[in-house]
Design a protein around this ligand. Structure first.
Ligand code: OAD
Length: 237
């Protein structure tokens, strides 16, 4: 199956990659679901929702500060680096990531849609300004340098809509690709969970690379199981 996927990748002029927390798991960043997942220990509605932030911005920022500390201490792994190389080899290439750690760009990928936002950006709840912010630790809660309004993480929380521009770019990339790789996502959070079906309906060859089977495994053309840090570099051999 891996051999078939490699042949298809080698002949493809347009490749799109969808990534989730599993690709950063090999960097030491915890995933969300599963036994060791963050959502097994914490309740997302208490930490990653607009209601939680309205109720207790300090608590929400304390959680994001903890995640910032965790991510700042880690590095992209061979799977992220292999995607940088894949981008060099393919004419039209795009990564659509649900991850907020910024590791794809840190590794050197150029064409990245961060559809759930980025933990290293903040947005003012008053004036709406989005700014880069790499403070670790960050003041809890932080305030806007321009209007002194309360800042929030520039992350899409439960119950919020994705940025329409990012979504449009993602759909263009799904429509145009010949091969779609879905790497390290449990495939339960929409709209990313639908991306495999969208690309397949457009005629793309869809492959899932994941440590475990997912609800998408039976729908894709190839489901390959293993650690992303091993599987993704293998695609380039
Ligand atoms: P999940 O935690 O739901 O799923 C991670 C997937 O990665 C699972 O299918 C694991 O089996 C797989 N996995 C774990 N380790 C792996 C490894 N070393 N190599 C390959 N695969 C591995 O994460 P996501 O699907 O990304 O949203 O979750 C989607 C969204 O739900 C996240 O973006 C986040 C969360 O709530 C927000 O924070 C807005």
């Amino acid at each position: 199956m891996l051999r078939d996927l490699k042949t298809r990748l080698a002949g493809a002029a347009a490749v799109t990659v969808v990534t989730g927390a599993g690709i950063s798991a090999d960097s030491g960043i915890p995933t969300f679901r599963g036994n060791d997942g963050l959502w097994n220990k914490y309740r997302p509605e208490e930490l990653a929702s607009p209601e939680a932030f309205a109720r207790d911005p300090r608590l929400v920022w304390t959680w994001y500060n903890w995640r910032r500390e965790l991510i700042a201490a880690k590095q992209p792994n061979p799977a992220h680096h292999a995607l940088v190389e894949l981008e060099r080899r393919v004419n039209t290439f795009r990564i659509i990531t649900q991850n907020v750690d910024g590791f794809h760009s840190l590794a050197g990928s150029q064409s990245v849609s961060e559809i759930h936002g980025n933990i290293w950006k903040v947005r003012c709840t008053q004036c709406g300004r989005v700014a880069a912010n790499r403070d670790v630790p960050i003041a809890v809660p932080p305030c806007c340098a321009v209007c002194r309004g309360l800042l929030r993480p520039h992350i899409v929380w439960f119950g919020e809509s994705l940025d329409p521009g990012e979504l449009r770019q993602s759909h263009d990339a799904l429509r145009d690709c010949e091969v779609l790789l879905i790497i390290g996502t449990s495939g339960v959070v929409y709209p990313a969970a639908s991306f495999g079906a969208v690309a397949k309906a457009r005629g793309a060859f869809v492959a899932e690379l994941n440590r475990d089977p997912t609800p998408q495994s039976d729908l894709v053309d190839a489901a390959i199981h293993g650690a992303a840090k091993d599987l993704v570099p293998e695609l380039l051999d």
